[in-house]
Design a protein around this ligand. Structure first.
Ligand SMILES: *Cc1c(COP(=O)(O)O)cnc(C)c1O
Length: 422
């Protein structure tokens, strides 16, 4: 279908309409299943872009949304508050690292990153130190707004906008267990007196290709930042809420950040919400009787009550249901399937961490997002009733925690077939 034939005027994200690929219509969802308008159903093996944790339309979350919608829909959050937001903040304080004492709300992962960067720069500004350099890891992804793109990997994704992106310090992705190159590069950048903060995706670089690195390297990275007083920002937008096997990926390295970004699974993936949690010194640097020193950031829907109610329901699930056990069980199954497939077929770099499993298909082209296998693979999986969205030649499975054994088997069978067919 050419763009002229399309009847919809919607311009979709990360979609090349010029290729005329089908855009299926989804009518409803339950658990790990999407029900399409044509009467078929599809297994959501990527948690609707990494957000759905407990499952689609999870009853307690839906009930919390419905109940809140009868009470208070939306209100200004500058200088006002409401019960659902207070409950989210209090709930986060009990479940997240103790030193992250302050909770700032926003609406998406990208904005939580923008907020984190502004907090870090504000911190140094109000402390009277001229520090503004942000250090980032090669292959990172932190969102698609200008600031978030600036701290992410540069390439085909952001080339037209490059003139607007700010300069950052870059450290290589840790290629081995020691990550010595990474640590050396970080130390050199931290020695520069104007380095303000490091932002990093702990343990897994998601959009960069599900690249996994060791907790030991993460711990060493954290230690170097601490030694030089450089703020450590953990972007757990994807890794948070159990994705990597623990509530936060940072836990596996025994690391606590100065600033923490959370979104995606914060509401169980039902509605958009994000928080940036900060340690007390960062809050204190902005605390004053001088109005010019306040944290100048807001958006219309900051801490939307209905979204907060969904987050409250998610926090309650984490407190009261065996979510961690479910994650452990799914993690074991993912590891099993990856191993089983590896015994039969040949592919590159099998890797898994928690509920995430990934492998690279052999390809004549360069690895990376633009590898031409991606759209062909997507169509291949769609025909087999599986929603997967490979990153170039990297196929990964990141299902909702409630996926059934039968559905998971269907996903991995389709991947096995793909390994043979491509
Ligand atoms: C998805 C993602 C973001 C951006 O979140 P949005 O809600 O899409 O803006 C930021 N950081 C990481 C690590 C992500 O995976």
């Amino acid at each position: 279908m050419t763009s002229l034939e399309r009847t919809s005027s919607i311009w979709h994200p990360f979609t090349q309409h010029g290729l005329g690929e089908p855009i299926p219509m989804v009518e409803s969802a339950k658990g790990a299943r999407l029900n399409l308008a044509d009467g078929t159903s599809m297994i959501d093996a990527i948690s609707s872009w990494w957000v759905t944790t407990h499952g689609h339309c999870h009853p307690p979350i839906m009930a919390a949304i419905a109940e809140q919608a009868q009470k208070l829909d939306q209100m200004i959050f500058a200088g006002w508050t409401h019960a659902p937001a207070e409950e989210v903040a209090a709930g986060l304080r009990t479940i997240m690292p103790e030193t992250l004492t302050r909770v700032f709300f926003s609406d998406s992962g990208s904005t939580s990153v923008e907020v984190a960067l502004k907090m870090a720069l504000g911190f140094w500004h109000w402390r009277g130190e001229a520090r503004s350099r942000i250090v980032v890891m090669e292959h990172s992804y932190h969102g698609d707004t200008i600031g978030a793109m600036s701290v992410g990997e540069r390439g085909v994704f952001n080339q037209p906008y490059d003139p607007l992106l700010f300069d950052v310090g870059r450290i290589p992705f840790p290629e081995d267990e020691t990550g010595q190159n990474t640590l050396d590069a970080l130390e050199a950048l931290c020695r520069m007196r104007d380095t303000a903060a490091l932002i990093v995706e702990p343990l897994v670089l998601g959009a960069g290709g599900m690249l996994v690195y060791s907790p030991r390297v993460l711990a060493a990275v954290r230690e170097i930042c601490a030694r030089y007083g450089v703020l450590f920002i953990a972007d757990e937008v994807m890794t948070g809420w159990g994705r990597t096997g623990t509530l936060l990926a940072c836990e596996q390295a025994d690391v606590v950040p100065d600033i923490l970004c959370l979104s995606k699974g914060l509401t169980g993936g039902a509605v958009p919400l994000a928080v940036t949690m900060a340690s007390e010194p960062i809050y204190e640097a902005h605390f004053s009787s001088d109005r010019a020193r306040m944290f100048f950031h807001s958006s219309s829907y900051t801490a939307n009550p209905i979204a907060c109610a969904a987050a409250c329901a998610n926090l309650k699930l984490w407190r009261e249901e065996p979510v961690r056990e479910r994650i452990a069980a799914l993690s074991a199954k993912q590891a099993h399937w990856l191993d089983k497939l590896g015994q039969v077929y040949h592919f590159d770099r099998p890797r898994n961490l928690g509920t995430i499993a990934a492998l690279d298909l052999k390809s004549n082209e360069a690895d990376g997002y633009m590898n031409a296998l991606a759209p062909r693979l997507m169509a291949f999986f769609r025909e087999r009733g599986v929603l997967l969205r490979p990153l170039g030649n990297t196929v990964y499975v990141m299902p909702p925690y409630c996926i059934t054994d039968e559905d998971l088997a269907q996903v991995w069978d389709a991947i096995g077939e793909a390994v043979l067919s491509f």
